[in-house]
Ligand binder design. Structure first.
Ligand SMILES: [Zn+2]
Length: 473
């Protein structure tokens, strides 16, 4: 932990030996330095946006209602009240538009949290259960408040809308009654690949800085967010679908946070780490029933004693559709997803652990936002390479074993690439990656199975990919 260096930085102020001749000068020097450091706080502002702050709330409210129907909400007033007390204390320090922040727990043991526009926050119970201190939980919530306050969701939606309907925009702002229409057009509901939850690297960096500033301003230990990332990394987070495409490598984030703390003037004295209230809520959450059915049910991971190997893919198929595509998958698989990514997997195909959820058998469907190439255009091979580099950030063992081959998916040019990675059940797995450029970004499909079992899955993956039809304009 870089905390050691921060602590010693702090010491140079408080433990400085005061010699007689310097007595008068020192206080002024300290004041000057404090002012200079304050001035270096990274200034964070929302980017370009077609929506008004009120429209953020209107849109967020609609999508939150959708999310509450689709997600296993914990619906425990004791937990939600606590999250609201903590969250509102943090949100009170958020600059910019004042949103009606709301905080709710999701009955999901994976470590995740997300914010919808207008300040609707969802926090997985796994985040509460795995945080070492209240300050760590506050760090995660502060990061998510940052996404809402900095309007990252509607910034993304604005860009998507501009790309699809440039002529529908007059004067750079949308009409007052068009939010629902825009939402439908950009596929911005609470579904797989929602444009509202796809943030750029830069947006993630801003949210990290924002969360650090909020911790500092509420007298929490500003190192707590970085400590939480380190803890996740040390525990060996394997494959967390929600994190795959969106969150930068922990080391980079920790350096960024450490620099910001130094800009803020180091760690203030008497910072809060924990609270008895947090301890009580954490113990209480741990006693609540786990969600039924999925891997979140806490059964032992495959490869461990008592593990259940999933049944082979069924020969019967079932239709599945999102706002942007439809496909067929084996009828003994089911869909799970919380916005950024969806997985289609058999029972026991995903492995739950305290670090999150890892897919061992099944298919991930997600969307990646590539950067335009030198020509200013998006090239399929280049975008795919960017995606693979991005996946490697959180999957250091991931490597290409067969470079991209041209194919077609749903009548659109596609690229088929084969990769290898460590399997969460031990040994190596094969990952079949299929990528397609669409208006919403680089849509990708990854069929995942341990190398030894891949033969059983190949046909199911191929049938699924062949069945894909894109349904949006
Ligand atoms: Zn984020």
């Amino acid at each position: 932990m870089q905390g050691g260096s921060m602590a010693s930085l702090h010491k140079t102020y408080v433990n400085q030996t005061v010699r007689p001749g310097r007595f008068l000068i020192l206080p002024f020097a300290l004041i000057f330095m404090a002012t200079a450091l304050w001035a270096q706080r990274t200034e964070l502002k929302p980017g370009w946006n077609l929506f008004s702050p009120d429209q953020d709330v209107e849109l967020g409210r609609q999508v939150a209602a959708d999310a509450e129907r689709q997600l296993p909400m914990l619906k425990d007033s004791k937990v939600d009240n606590y999250l609201n007390r903590l969250g509102l204390r943090l949100a009170a320090k958020a600059p910019g538009a004042k949103y009606p922040y709301q905080f709710q727990a999701v009955n999901d043991v994976s470590i995740n949290a997300f914010a919808l526009p207008g300040g609707f926050l969802f926090i997985h119970r796994g985040t509460i259960e795995s945080a070492d201190t209240e300050a760590q939980l506050a760090g995660v919530i502060g990061h998510e408040i940052g996404h809402a306050a900095l309007r990252h969701g509607t910034n993304q939606a604005s860009k998507a809308y501009l790309a699809q309907a440039p002529l529908a925009i007059f004067g750079g702002v949308m009409g007052s009654n068009s939010v629902a229409a825009v939402l439908a057009q950009i596929g911005g509901g609470f579904a797989a690949n929602s444009v509202l939850l796809k943030y750029s690297r830069d947006a993630e960096r801003q949210a990290d800085l924002f969360g650090t500033q909020i911790l500092y301003d509420t007298q929490y230990d500003p190192r707590a967010m970085a400590q939480f990332f380190e803890k996740l990394q040390a525990e060996g987070q394997s494959r967390m679908p929600e994190w795959l495409s969106s969150h930068p490598k922990p080391e980079n984030r920790i350096d960024l946070i450490t620099e910001e703390i130094n800009r803020l003037g180091g760690i203030p004295q008497g910072v809060r780490e924990d609270s008895t209230e947090f301890r009580e809520i954490q113990s209480y959450v741990r006693t609540l029933p786990k969600p039924k059915g999925g891997p979140a049910g806490g059964q032992p991971a495959a490869g461990q004693p008592g593990a259940v190997r999933p049944a082979k893919p069924s020969n019967g198929y079932r239709n599945y559709s999102t706002e942007t595509l439809q496909l067929r998958h084996p009828d003994n698989w089911s869909a799970q997803g919380t916005g950024q990514s969806i997985t289609l997997a058999p029972e026991n195909g995903t492995i739950a652990s305290s670090q999150g959820e890892a897919l061992a058998y099944g298919m991930i469907i997600s969307t990646f936002s590539p950067r335009a190439g030198k020509s200013g255009r998006f090239e399929l091979q280049d975008a795919t390479d960017q995606l693979i580099r991005d996946l490697q950030q959180s999957n250091p063992s991931l490597r290409v074993t067969q470079t991209g081959r041209q194919t077609r998916v749903g009548g659109t040019a596609a690229l088929s690439t084969v990769l290898q990675n460590d399997s969460p059940v031990g040994g190596v797995e094969r990952d079949w990656l299929v990528t397609v450029l669409r208006p919403e970004g680089l849509v990708y499909f990854i069929g995942v199975a341990p190398e030894n079992d891949y033969g059983d899955y190949r046909r199911a993956f191929e049938t699924l990919i062949d069945s894909i039809r894109f349904t949006n304009r």
